[in-house]
Design a binder for this molecule. Structure first.
Ligand code: MTE
Ligand code: MO
Length: 533
């Protein structure tokens, strides 16, 4: 009776190891994609996208079968089915990659492409939602390459020539020595497994927190404002296609911040502390805010980094508590001239104390256009101050107000070369025609927007080529704290043209002098080249 001779003492058979490599690499692809996706948006999670796409393509008989068989567990069944499919495909890919590396590359890329296609085809997806899947795929490919290399190095029966092609036996075979240790492979496999697991857990934690916060945010409702916004008069929009809307929808509101990841704050633990040069330290919870008399105001926000003619400005309706009243409770002491507001992510802004105390409505905002603040716009509480650039006033995710002096403290951007104070410069822009547009010759309407928050726009003038400056028609003014649209009728000869505009506030015409955004905001007259034909 001869015992069947097993190949060696080495544990798993050689075929199993490339398969294991494939499965681990697939795990890494998904783990990394989940982690990166958690930082992007919930839409970019590849597993969910794959599952949803699968459901969309499932014939109804299979759906019915799944629901009949698994009942309310049909989704769990789907995920189990997907997991099995992925494991089997990954094992095959690992084996192929071991036999012929190029096949492995092709296979991984095809799987990556399927993932990207699934993510991108979801409703509301944007092209950047593909990024997590792409990064995941590249990470998986690298890990697979590493593990397969290690396998070839230790393989007792398989050898590859330099370009990775497969060959058996022959003089290259390193026989005895190889196979002695697969330590290299197991090290690579172990690292891949650990990184994949850590990435998946990290991704799940991050998106889990985000989901919890999103659910809490959606449940919020606000009391009617004690002081509602003035009604918006009919003519605040010039009614000219191509001019931005007077009221900026939240989804189109510009976003500027230093946050690599949008902070996720639990409203139940959020607290604002007002301290420093005050007679009384004040602490406010979110519920305190909701129980207070809230005001509702339209305020146009502008970024100091907005270039002449740029898009970094937006107008929204804000609901919140007057910062003036908070300061009345804290009672700043003599000599204080600044409030340093700090966000949970460490950003800070220095705002002149008198501006927060005067009769303008500086707001500790909780809602934007009748919605709880969007996460990226400062949920649950941010500051909004009429007349100041965002970097010195509009702290999002705000948690701390320190009453202090400009001489004693500096803020995030002032430490980086920007002016310590940032009143908004009077600006106007041409939105119609767009730069390099082609428009019909003859009579044309041009238009745009002007702003001089807390001073107000008094007049806008337009000039075509070297012609005279003509007074444009101003749209209705809401308050001096909001931007104002303008339009004008011009006659255009065929040919190329230039249009310029300039706005006046109470102090006169905006400066023609060109200034860069650093250190305290861009200036100059906006000029647009276009063609009439
Ligand atoms: N926490 C925090 N708040 C911040 C910033 C930031 O980087 N972090 N940027 C400020 C700047 S420079 C501007 S212009 C406004 C932009 O607000 P928005 O993103 O809601 O439009 O937020 C301000 N508040
Ligand atoms: Mo800004």
């Amino acid at each position: 009776m001869k015992a069947v001779r097993t190949s060696s003492r080495s544990a798993p058979s050689l075929k199993a190891l490339p398969m294991l490599a494939g499965i681990l690499a697939a795990g890494l692809v998904l783990g990394v994609a989940e982690l990166v996706g958690a930082f992007f948006s919930s839409r970019s999670a590849p597993l969910i996208a794959l599952g949803s796409t699968f459901i969309d393509f499932t014939p109804s008989w299979l759906k019915d079968f799944a629901i009949d068989t698994f009942g309310t567990n049909d989704k769990a069944a789907l995920f189990v089915g997907m997991a099995v499919t992925i494991v089997v495909l990954a094992a095959i890919l690992g084996y192929l990659a071991w036999r012929r590396w190029i096949l492995g590359v092709a296979g991984v890329l095809v799987m990556g492409a399927v993932m990207v296609a699934a993510v991108i085809s979801r409703a509301g997806a944007a092209s950047q939602d593909a990024v997590p899947s792409i990064i995941g795929t590249l990470a998986g490919l690298a890990a697979l390459r590493w593990m397969i290399r290690m396998l070839h190095r230790t393989s007792p029966i398989v050898d590859t020539n330099d370009d990775g092609a497969f060959s058996t036996g022959g003089s290259h075979s390193v026989g005895g020595k190889a196979g002695v240790s697969r330590r290299g492979f197991f090290a690579a496999a172990g690292v891949t497994a650990v990184v994949a697991a850590a990435a998946a857990v990290g991704g799940a934690v991050v998106s889990g927190v985000r989901n919890t916060v999103n659910v809490a945010r959606e449940r919020l409702s606000f009391p009617a404002p004690a002081s509602p916004a003035l009604p918006v008069p009919a003519g605040v929009d010039v009614d000219l296609y191509g001019v931005d809307r007077w009221l900026t929808p939240n989804s189109e509101f510009y976003r500027i911040d230093t946050a690599l990841q949008v902070p996720t704050i639990d409203v139940d633990t959020w607290e604002l502390r007002i301290h420093g040069m005050v007679e009384e330290e004040v602490r406010v919870t979110f519920q305190d805010l909701l129980d207070s008399e809230l005001i509702e105001r339209h305020i146009t926000l502008t970024c100091v980094s907005n270039p002449v003619g740029g898009e970094l400005a937006g107008n929204a309706k804000w609901l919140g508590y007057p910062i003036r009243k908070l300061l009345e409770r804290a009672r700043p002491t003599d000599g204080a001239d600044m409030v340093l507001s700090t966000s949970t992510d460490g950003f800070s802004a220095s705002t002149p104390l008198p501006i927060l105390q005067d009769d303008r409505d500086a707001i500790l905002a909780v809602a934007m256009n009748d919605e709880p603040l969007p996460l990226e716009h400062g949920y649950p509480v941010r500051m909004v101050v009429p007349g100041l650039y965002g970097y010195v006033s509009a702290t999002k995710w705000v948690v701390d107000l320190e009453v202090t002096r400009f001489a004693d403290a500096t803020a995030y951007w002032t430490d980086r070369g920007w002016s310590e104070r940032g009143p908004i410069k009077t600006q106007s822009r041409v939105e119609v025609p767009r730069a390099f547009a082609k428009v019909p010759a003859g009579t044309a309407r041009v238009g745009g927007t002007a702003w001089a928050q807390h001073r107000g726009i008094e007049r806008v003038e337009v000039q075509i080529d070297d012609g005279p400056w003509e007074e444009a028609t101003l749209a209705a003014e809401y308050t001096v704290d909001t931007w104002r649209q303008w339009s004008h009728e011009v006659q255009l000869e065929p040919g190329s043209h230039q249009i310029r505009c300039r706005a006046y506030d109470v102090e006169g015409v905006q400066t023609e002098e060109r200034a860069d955004t650093v250190p305290d905001g861009a200036s100059g007259w906006h000029t647009v080249q276009f063609t009439a034909e």
